[in-house]
Design a protein around this ligand. Sequence first.
Ligand code: GLN
Length: 487
Amino acid sequence: MNELHTLGVAALAQQLSTKKISSVEATQHYLQRIQQHASLGAYLAIDDTVSLAQARAADARIAAGEHTPLLGVPIAHKDIFATKDFATTAGSKMLEGYRSPFDSTVVNQMSRQGAVTLGKLNCDEFAMGSSNENSAYGNVRNPWDTSRIPGGSSGGSATAVAAGLCAAATGTDTGGSIRQPAAFCGITGIKPTYGRASRYGMVAFASSLDQAGAMARSAQDCALLLSAMCGPDLDRDSTSLDVPAEDYSRSLNESIAGLRIGIPKEFFGEGLSADVRAAVDAALEEYEKLGARLVPISLPRTELSIPVYYIIAPAEASSNLSRFDGVKFGHRAAQFDDLTDMYKKTRAEGFGDEVKRRIMIGAYVLSHGYYDAYYLQAQKIRRMIADDFQQAFKQCDVIAGPVAPTVAWKIGEKSDDPVANYLADIFTLPASLAGLPGMSVPVGLGASNMPVGMQLIGNYFAEAKLLNAAHALQQATDWHTRHPAGF
Ligand code: GLN
């Protein structure tokens, strides 16, 4: 029982279905740990009554002989996903205490499969950030070193999984927000192809980039979660793809002999710290031992992905966030002179600094006279970045590189310097701009004994290939089984 939180999804599901443990017991164990480690700041909302009722319902289904992979497994959701039973804040004061009248599609699909929701996880405000320091509800601490950031924006999800405060979690990734915190906390994360998981009920940041995904202890667990999350939702999400859900567990044990792994030279140049490079190189050597072949490739516009992303994402954000005006829902200023004054005060009070910065940048790059020079130009380069990947995939099956240039930094170290945060996104932005699936796999410990993540990028719909490659590595190495001391 004491080690239950180290099991992960697959092993826990096994214990649940053989009735070695009940979902109520597992849920109670996690709820207790959440209280015990509240100082990590991972959770924004919990409700024992709700979670235990779900656990009892799952136990009844198990007793009736039902076997679905997530049945009775306690998970938690990034606070970007709308939930009926828990408040949904998106890490913003603007939505403090907000109750959605519906569940997002991702939450709904996982609940239907019998997953128990433990609560909602802290994140950067409206998912804007790389350190979780932009949350209006406080920092999240990295369990490997509590003076460090967990990464962001899905920082609460990464810390909760790494510290054993849930069996697995959902996250969202617009420019790296699943992959980078997964790397910084030593867990496994996957962002599927854009359009694979429904955006319905996900608080919108940059709609052409936002994508839900899974964060867990292993590729095997990610496969179980992702199979439940994905699938068409054509009536509710206009960019949902009409491609049936897949069982990603099925091909996990296929051999990777002959797999061609593309190594983009732009991902291994200046700016990549030596400790991260060493861990990624060691993993690549391991892949060679497993029969994979390393192929040098080039993604020549890698550096451009930073200015391109930081034009397109704010542009879309400035449009999406115009709905928070104090009229229909969310925060409204208590005192104001007239309607315009109400808008102004509501937005000045409700949004944090980073969000305001992005709204201003977004409004600027979309404005008359600047649209062609910035937004349109960025869209053109975005297309070229996507084309570069298609060129690369003529030579290789998957692409590998680092997730981030360094390990997790100290809380406060970059909080006054937005550009320093933006630059650290360099390796995750290209796949996001192209809409490609990407993964983070733990491959070692770097400076200050902090985890290092390797990124795997696949072509459209190659999630199964990525999970298979990650699983093969995890059968040969044990980095994904390491825990931060004390958790
Ligand atoms: N760090 C990036 C940003 O601040 C990505 C965030 C995300 O993927 N949600 O926009």
